[in-house]
Design a protein around this ligand. Structure first.
Ligand code: NAD
Ligand code: TYD
Length: 336
């Protein structure tokens, strides 16, 4: 493993992963391959742009010719696939883009990985593929996948393709199923950056339904470290859960954000619930811990660090919260 193609590397987790890898594996060459959708931003990669082992290629993972050209030109031996349409609410409004990128795009990458006999194909997946998990159960890697939203269904479909390529063609694959990430460069349509940036501006925080849905919010660099460990120690054909194993109610998360910022709790506004909203995700991460991984941040530490980043980096998110974003926000929230 030396020359990595990181698809979706201009997005939230991908850009943090690229910075993490260049710091921890300075001898690796990292090529980001990204379409730069609304969620992909070159600003996210500014801190690594001048690194001698970094390159950027703009392209769509559904474009087989362009993926092939990037793999050949950069002598790629490993693909790490972060590229995806990632927002559940958008996947409900417009499922076509989700199926196209998350399913067809993953298939395209697998075809190229097979054609060039790459050393490794790593798929970034999500705890959402297990579906809603009633307490006190926790999902283990061998559990059935029961996705319930267009987003999670597309991610599960991608996983099935990855596994099929491992079994059928002997492609060396690994997968990680991460819980909700929080941290720098998170597009402010997702709950934590949306609530934080709204709170900074004194704008209401839209809580879906009763707010008693539970998520395992982990710090993005802990997730990146888990991916790194699976890339180096994971078994071919296997999937690994990555999360803190601590779940928080959305309403409690919102209160904590307001407390960190010293804003009134009256900013919380309950709005119509998300269709098919999964009440709870919960992972058992013992399989990854057995490889030596530990989550380094508690939820409170991760949230505090994240909120501070948004306070200090308003020049990053203020331009995003204009234009297309405002149109999206109106469509998503105006009638709720
Ligand atoms: P993001 O939305 O911030 O970034 C996605 C990136 O993919 C963007 O840079 C975008 O431009 C790129 N992209 C989209 N369609 C593309 C295409 N057709 N071709 C090439 N590039 C394309 O997403 P994220 O939150 O960083 O998530 C990254 C990955 O991690 C996704 O696969 C997601 O399913 C998974 N994941 C996310 C979370 C989370 O909490 N955010 C948790 C678990 C797993
Ligand atoms: P989100 O960040 O969209 O991640 P996911 O749906 O993939 O878990 O949402 C996190 C939780 O917050 C989820 O239970 C939905 C909820 N939520 C709200 O209550 N209000 C919002 O405006 C958003 C975007 C999410």
């Amino acid at each position: 493993m030396r020359n990595l193609l990181v698809t979706g590397g201009a997005g939230f987790i991908g850009s943090n992963f690229v910075a993490y890898m260049l710091e921890h594996h300075p001898d690796y060459c990292i090529v980001v391959y990204d379409k730069l959708t609304y969620a992909g931003r070159l600003e996210n990669l500014e801190r690594v742009a001048s690194h001698p082992n970094f390159a950027f290629v703009r392209g769509d993972i559904c474009d087989m010719e362009a993926v092939r050209a990037a793999v050949i030109e950069h002598s790629i031996d490993t693909i790490v696939n972060f590229a995806a349409e990632t927002h559940v609410d958008r996947s409900i409004m417009e499922p076509d883009a989700v199926v196209r990128t998350n399913v067809n795009g993953t298939w395209t990458l697998l075809e190229i990985a097979r054609e060039h006999q790459l050393e490794r194909f790593h798929q970034i997946s999500t705890d959402e593929v297990y579906g809603a998990i009633p307490a006190p159960n926790r999902s283990r890697e061998g559990d059935p996948l029961e996705p319930r939203s267009p987003y999670s269904a597309s991610k599960a479909a991608a996983e099935h393709l990855v596994y099929a390529y491992h079994i059928t063609y002997g492609l060396v694959t690994t997968m990680t199923r991460g819980s909700n990430n929080i941290g720098p460069y998170h597009y402010p349509e997702k709950a934590v950056p949306l609530f934080t940036t709204n709170a900074i501006d004194g704008v209401p925080l839209p809580i879906y339904g009763d707010g008693r849905q539970m998520r395992d919010y982990q710090y993005v660099l802990d997730h990146c470290e888990g991916i790194d460990i699976v890339l180096h120690k994971g078994q071919p054909g296997e999937a690994y859960n990555v999360g803190t194993e601590v779940e928080t109610y959305n309403i409690d998360m919102a209160h904590k954000i307001l407390d960190i910022l010293g804003k009134p709790h009256t900013l919380i506004q309950h709005v119509t619930d998300r269709a098919g909203h999964d009440r709870r995700y919960a992972l058992d991460c013992s399989k990854l811990r057995a490889l030596g991984w530990r989550s380094r941040h508690t939820f409170d530490e991760a949230l505090e660090k994240t909120v501070r980043w948004y306070v200090e980096n308003q020049s990053w998110w203020r331009p995003i919260k204009s234009g297309e974003y405002l149109e999206y926000y109106r469509r998503q929230y105006a009638e709720r």
